[in-house]
Design a protein around this ligand. Structure first.
Ligand code: ADP
Ligand code: MG
Length: 538
């Protein structure tokens, strides 16, 4: 029999667990929601796995979650007979936090007093058990394997790993509960009545039966939320469902609930989150919504259902007429799925358009940068996307403007929308390119996101009004053309002398106080884009 191994948590994990244990996160009940959510995911995975691999030696007859408590011993056990984990999976999934942005997140946690809120934002699922338990033991066996693994920890820097010969199918998490304490909002989680009410509150919609040990009847109704009429679903129910599908701890910003009838029937329950995940801009950021077929979970992150620029949208699409073993590849090519995706995009854009000003601001602050990618990725909806953008501008330092507002504010005679791209507001504001526009009272949009460099090349107008960089080509500010006149000789001398660096030296009406500035040709790369390409070694 293998000996017990003692392993150390990854530094970030240790810090997060300490924060969790000493957290003043007020709602400790949610640890149960997190464990049940994991159990439900594990049951989904087992079902899928056994469809894909018909030889897999598993018992599918009674997939469920069981809650067993011992009031004298003060323990609570959450058991599922789902997919389970191998030893290595336990070490990598439970011992480390692979989420990108963890280090950054922890730095922010240390700097602020609001650790409770930020912990919630991070949503560290499994570890939430340590809010209510002094010791957590997990015994698990991966579907198809003979031996199991026991993981145990008090949440203080190390955990132990053992081999287990007689582990049942799936995963059992046992908590040695801290003493109940009303002040600390710790209820008696070994009391079946307490468990029942928490399950009803947070996990009612879970599609697998959640039973109290010894009882036949599940505690949860198992009703798919998306199949119920909107008028019958409460905000709390939407919120809890969102937290399960999105693995988030924060209520969503907005709910999109729709039903399509006709030749291809489906229901969709989508959410716009209130906070961006830390990995929104990593290459492998999860994207897409969950796909169900007739209430049965098929896959997470179904990319075919939502474009990349809307990757922050979370939720579920339940299609009536798909095969249960549809693959990602088939989905990508399915004409009907493409039609569903177009409908979903329209619906999400429409929802964003109708957000209250406060909600829109939150949306923009959290997701604006990702959303702008849509200008390139989704030309068909370009107008709708343009209408949803916000920009800094020279008009007002603190306030953002939409293109519509900019267009409506234009003084008589201004026929174009002007912008300048750059690293920061400060560099842009100091640019000599702005001088003549300032003098004229023309507003200039200040574009500082790297993605701005890319879309401005492709989007040349808004609502028929040309979009123009103030740093490129000739700008027509309605002033008299400048004739070289007496400067002719000087200009040709300068052009010759600077031949290595510039194409031409000419007189300009764009400057007011600066003696000279460098401009690009209309079809040149902007300086920032040039820098970007150079940095990428191109
Ligand atoms: P998340 O659910 O957001 O991924 P968690 O901390 O809740 O984060 O869980 C971490 C990972 O551990 C899960 O993604 C899953 O792979 C694994 N895991 C946790 N609980 C179980 C379980 N009951 N059965 C199988 N795997 C589990
Ligand atoms: Mg989880």
């Amino acid at each position: 029999r293998a000996v017990t191994e003692t392993l150390e948590f990854q530094a970030e994990t240790r810090q997060l667990m300490q924060l969790m244990i000493h957290s003043i996160y007020s709602n400790k009940d949610i640890f149960l929601r997190e464990l049940i959510s994991n159990a439900s995911d594990a049951l989904d995975k087992l079902r899928i796995e056994s469809l894909v691999d018909s030889d897999l030696d598993v018992d599918r007859s009674d997939l469920h979650v069981e809650l067993a408590s011992d009031r004298d011993a003060r323990t609570l056990t959450v058991r599922d007979n789902g997919i389970g984990m191998t030893r290595d999976e336990v070490v990598s999934l439970i011992g480390t936090i692979a989420k990108s942005g963890t280090a950054e997140m922890l730095r922010r946690l240390r700097e602020t007093e609001q650790s409770a809120e930020l912990i919630g934002q991070f949503g560290v699922g499994f570890y939430s058990a340590f809010m209510v338990a002094d010791r957590v033991t997990l015994v698990t066996r991966k579907a198809g394997e003979a031996t199991g693994t026991r993981w145990e920890s008090t949440g203080e820097g190390t955990y132990t790993i053992d081999e287990v010969d007689d582990a049942g199918q799936g995963t059992t998490v046992t908590l040695e509960l801290k003493p109940a304490d009303d002040d600390d909002q710790l209820y008696d989680y070994s009391d079946p009545a307490v468990l029942r009410s928490i399950v009803k509150k947070y996990s009612d919609f879970i599609a697998w039966p959640i039973r109290l040990a010894g009882a036949e009847e599940p505690v949860n109704s198992m009703k798919a939320l998306w199949a119920r009429p909107r008028s019958e679903v409460t905000d709390e129910e939407y919120n809890e469902f969102y937290k399960h599908v999105a693995h988030d701890w924060t209520d969503p910003l907005e709910v999109v609930h729709m039903k399509a009838e006709g030749s291809f029937e489906y229901e969709a329950l989508l959410f716009v989150p209130a906070r961006a995940p830390f990995d929104l801009f990593t290459r492998d950021a999860p994207r897409g919504v969950q796909l169900y077929v007739k209430r049965v979970f098929i896959m997470a992150d179904a990319e075919a259902l939502i474009p990349r620029y809307l990757r922050f949208v979370k939720g579920v699409v339940d299609a009536a007429d798909l095969s249960l073993n549809v693959s990602r590849e088939i989905l990508q090519q399915d004409r009907q799925i493409q039609a569903v995706r177009r409908r979903l995009v329209k619906k999400v854009l429409g929802t964003l358009r109708e957000l209250s000003p406060e909600k829109y601001q939150t949306f923009w602050a959290e997701f604006g940068r990702a959303f702008k990618e849509g200008l390139i990725e989704d030309p068909a909806n370009r107008d709708a996307i343009l209408d949803l953008l916000s920009f800094s501008s020279t008009a007002e330092e603190e306030k953002l403007t939409t293109l519509r507002e900019y267009a409506d504010r234009r003084p008589e005679g201004q026929t174009e929308i002007y912008y300048l791209t750059g690293d920061s507001r400060a560099t842009i504001e100091n640019s000599p390119h702005l001088e003549a526009f300032r003098a004229k009272g023309y507003e200039v949009l200040i574009l500082t996101d790297p993605i701005d460099e890319v879309w401005v090349d492709q989007v040349t107008e808004y609502d028929g009004i040309p979009l123009k960089s103030v740093a490129k080509g000739a700008v027509d500010l309605g002033s008299e053309p400048v004739e070289p006149g007496a400067f002719g000789t000087l200009l040709s001398w300068m052009t010759e002398t600077l031949a290595e660096s510039v194409k031409e030296v000419r007189l300009s009406s764009r400057l007011v106080t600066s003696p000279a500035c460098v401009v690009g040709d209309a079809d040149d790369l902007t300086p920032t884009l040039e820098k970007m390409y150079r940095a990428m070694g191109q």
